[in-house]
Design a binder for this molecule. Structure first.
Ligand code: MG
Length: 369
């Protein structure tokens, strides 16, 4: 159960010449960094951090992992993943763990849990204790640069695939344009499909209150990131002023950030991002913290890692995903997806019930003693 190898690879992506856009940015895609940790049992676990933009980011992150984080992970036991997480935070604190370093910590943390699950031949949710076997999902499909006809077509496609909720971008120059967009989507999907809206930090607090009151009347389910992510005073004011739930968290770092927002009643629905929050270790902590505050957890981004975590959270609310591509492992029924059954964070089938494994009591390494 000791890590013998850490392999870091860069997977560049040709930028999309016609990128999707939200109210903050264009997202042409910038590739990903993948990490693979291999134990002395010969088991490999995988983790990844992808970038929607910033062409140089994957190479910069790969260097950070190679030179700063990999030396901390080599030789460590899979029995002490939370401790390894602490050591990575402590090591990068000198220049700041929130930011690029956190993407690397998250990728390695993911790989370590994946490796432990595969070593024990169980899904990661079995390591933490499952609550749900299926999770409600929505499709984030309504990008700001789509025409009305395009957004109607893609929202309809999502409904045809089995989604019962869609999210669209707003934050156009005027409230009237935002309301027009919501109406266009409502006309396409009907009254039974939930609609969420996301302004990607683009408004002032006063404008977010004004638009939020109008969105409440339009039956929108949640109002996501209307103002800058770090404006805790603004979020507290907004959440107090509106009846509709205010959702945020994809640009917060660490459980401590979420604790501050929860303590101030500055968020109604938390939306942690696997990379920025710091990996599964942090997501689990954030999710349970929010549960204690009676706040629902909606993922930022989907995939097997978020599903394994949400399976263990009493307050799991919605998984975010895009339109399902051909061959997607996600299967939708009544708007819900099944949680993965494969070992670690894999999608596949669980091992046969008769499969056996032997627990060996771990011994701390010198650095852990
Ligand atoms: Mg968002």
């Amino acid at each position: 159960m000791r890590i013998q190898a850490v392999d870091v690879t860069v997977h560049p992506q040709t930028p999309n010449p016609n990128p999707i856009r939200d109210a903050l940015q264009a997202l042409p895609g910038a590739g990903a960094v993948r990490v693979a940790v291999t134990s002395d049992d010969g088991i490999t676990g995988a983790g990844e951090a992808g970038f929607g933009r910033i062409a140089g980011a994957p190479a910069a992150l790969a260097a950070l992992i190679e030179h700063e984080l990999k030396p901390l992970v080599l030789g460590q036991s899979l029995a002490f993943i939370r401790q390894i997480h602490q050591e990575m935070l402590r090591e990068t604190e000198y220049h700041g763990a929130p930011g690029l370093a956190m993407f690397g910590i998250a990728a390695l943390d993911t790989a370590l849990w994946d490796c432990l699950g595969k070593t024990l031949r169980v899904p990661c949710w079995q390591l933490w204790g499952r609550v749900h076997e299926r999770i409600r999902a929505y499709a984030m499909v309504g990008w700001l640069n789509y025409s009305d006809a395009e957004v109607q077509a893609i929202c309809l496609k999502a409904v045809e695939q089995g989604f019962r909720a869609v999210k669209i971008k707003v934050g156009y120059p005027t409230l009237a344009q935002d309301l027009h967009r919501i109406q266009v989507v409502r006309d396409a999907v009907g009254d039974e499909v939930a609609i969420m809206v996301d302004a990607n930090q683009s408004l002032t607090t006063a404008e977010a209150v004004r638009r939020g009151r109008a969105f409440e009347q339009a039956g929108v389910v949640w109002w996501e990131e209307p103002i800058p992510a770090d404006d805790i005073d603004g979020y507290a004011e907004l959440a107090h002023a509106l009846d509709m739930p205010v959702a945020t968290g994809e640009n917060l770092y660490t459980p401590a950030d979420f604790a501050r927002f929860l303590r101030r009643d500055a968020v109604d629905i938390i939306q942690p991002d696997l990379r920025r929050a710091g990996g599964p270790t942090a997501l689990l902590q954030i999710g349970l913290l929010a549960d204690a505050h009676r706040r629902p957890y909606a993922s930022h981004g989907g995939g097997p890692v978020q599903l394994n975590i949400m399976a263990c959270l009493p307050n799991a609310y919605y998984l975010e995903t895009g339109l399902l591509k051909p061959g997607s492992p996600l299967t939708l029924a009544d708007g819900f997806v099944q949680v993965p059954s494969g070992p670690g964070f894999s999608w596949g089938a669980s091992p046969a019930p008769e499969a056996e494994w032997t627990w060996q009591t771990p011994t701390p390494s010198a650095s852990q003693a």
